[in-house]
Design a protein around this ligand. Structure first.
Ligand code: PMP
Ligand code: GLU
Length: 387
């Protein structure tokens, strides 16, 4: 009964593990939850107030499908100020979450059998969304042991004439790496040489620790090849509001808009007014600064704690995840995740969800309190002593 497109499309592992953790907690189990990547901070109150005002003022109707002009304009102005990107309101599409922007991008650009190049390990929804849009996925294997993130060479190795698009994600989920100018330039050169589009998922652009975020579309010749995706979920602790956005060359943006018109119409009206306040109100900067400083402290805590347990991970430079190699503990990622959940109520996401050669890994989201991180590490110590 279900379409052939679904064969091989798996349930979202992040959402599945997040649900399981919440269900166990509801049953009274003392769960330490390292599953979902969502800030555990409340949305700043001035943003909530703006949305409440919008409701009181009757902003409860459909908006323009592409989003309210003020928000599109403000996003364009920010991209100009922060990165020097030359965009106007019309170049911006406001979507119900960055996730839907990614889905729309694949729907807009892929024909059946076209391939999307993903850099392993990659966030769980890229492959599924590409498949839902009738695309195929090719995985590059990066050589983390050589300190590499993404190179011309690793892209070249997997290139197929069917390739239409490369996805990059910096700061990265699940590893937390940040791509340098040189690394981004290699992707740009490859995209030019092979005539590919690049979907640059920059949702963690503001959750970054002492590194500079470079917007891929600012690289020479890339504006006309790039679908830039970002959103409000992470930067302003607004995951439930479902507001993201995309900037893309006009023909592609227009096709994405059609997907939006015929699927969801527009992003939620009053949520868009909240997002507008997130950008316009100075107080957002301070909330963001505090949140990032706190994530940084937690990163240090979890990386150090895991190292003491003999577990290796790269030190994240952005986002709020660690991708941990658990093979040293004599387990694969799935066994580790199941065992720690069953025996200790420590919930994580198995690495296999992030790519075909990630089965030796487990992802921890440290968007959770310091106390939870300490408690989780103590419980893991007990489990690993018993191995
Ligand atoms: N990209 C990445 C890498 C993510 O981790 C997420 C998860 N929130 C998204 C996109 C989607 O974010 P949202 O739909 O909440 O804007
Ligand atoms: N992106 C977050 C994560 O990776 C939230 C869940 C999801 O959308 O996948 O955990």
């Amino acid at each position: 009964m279900v379409s052939r497109r679904f064969s091989g499309v798996k349930e979202s592992a992040t959402l599945k593990m997040g649900k399981l953790a919440k269900e166990l907690r509801a049953q009274g189990k003392p769960v330490v939850d390292f599953t979902l990547g969502e800030p555990d901070f409340d949305t700043p109150s001035h943003i909530c107030e703006a949305a409440k005002r919008a409701l009181d003022e009757g902003r409860t109707h459909y908006t323009q499908a592409a989003g309210i002009p003020e928000l599109r304009g403000e996003i364009a102005a920010r991209l100009g100020e922060e990165y020097g990107l030359d965009v106007r309101a019309d170049d911006v599409l406001v979507t119900p979450g960055a996730k839907h922007a990614i889905y729309e991008a694949f729907m807009a650009t892929l024909d059946a059998g076209d391939a999307v190049i993903l850099v392993e390990p990659a966030w769980v929804s890229y492959a599924a969304a590409a498949q839902l849009a009738s695309g195929e996925v090719v995985w590059t294997k990066r050589f983390a042991d050589r300190g590499e993130k993404v190179t011309y060479e690793c892209l070249e190795k997997v290139f197929t004439p069917k390739a239409k698009l490369i996805v990059i994600n910096s700061p990265n989920n699940p590893v937390g790496y940040v791509l340098s100018k040189k690394e981004l330039e290699e992707v740009a050169e490859f995209a030019k040489d092979k005539d590919l589009l690049v979907l640059s998922d920059e949702i963690y652009s503001k959750i970054i620790y002492g590194r500079e975020h470079i917007c891929f579309a600012t690289l020479e010749g890339m504006a006309e090849r790039t679908i830039l995706v970002d959103g409000f979920s992470k930067t302003y602790a607004m995951t439930g509001w479902r507001i993201g956005y995309a900037v893309a060359p006009p023909e592609i943006l227009n096709a994405m808009l059609k997907v939006q018109q015929h699927s969801v119409t527009c992003a939620t009206s009053f949520a868009q007014f909240g997002a507008l306040a997130a950008l316009r109100d100075e107080r957002s900067r301070e909330s963001l600064r505090e949140m990032v400083a706190e994530f940084r402290r937690r990163r240090d805590l979890i990386v150090e704690g895991l190292q003491k347990l003999g577990l290796h991970c790269e030190r994240p430079e952005g986002a709020f995840y660690v991708f941990v190699n658990v093979e040293t503990a004599g387990m694969d990622g799935m066994t580790f995740a199941e065992k720690s959940l069953r025996e200790l109520y420590v919930a994580t996401t198995p690495g296999s969800a992030f790519g075909p050669s990630c089965s030796g890994y487990v992802r921890f989201s440290y968007a959770t309190s310091t106390e939870s991180i300490k408690e989780g590490l103590q419980r893991l110590e007990r489990m690993l002593e018993g191995v």
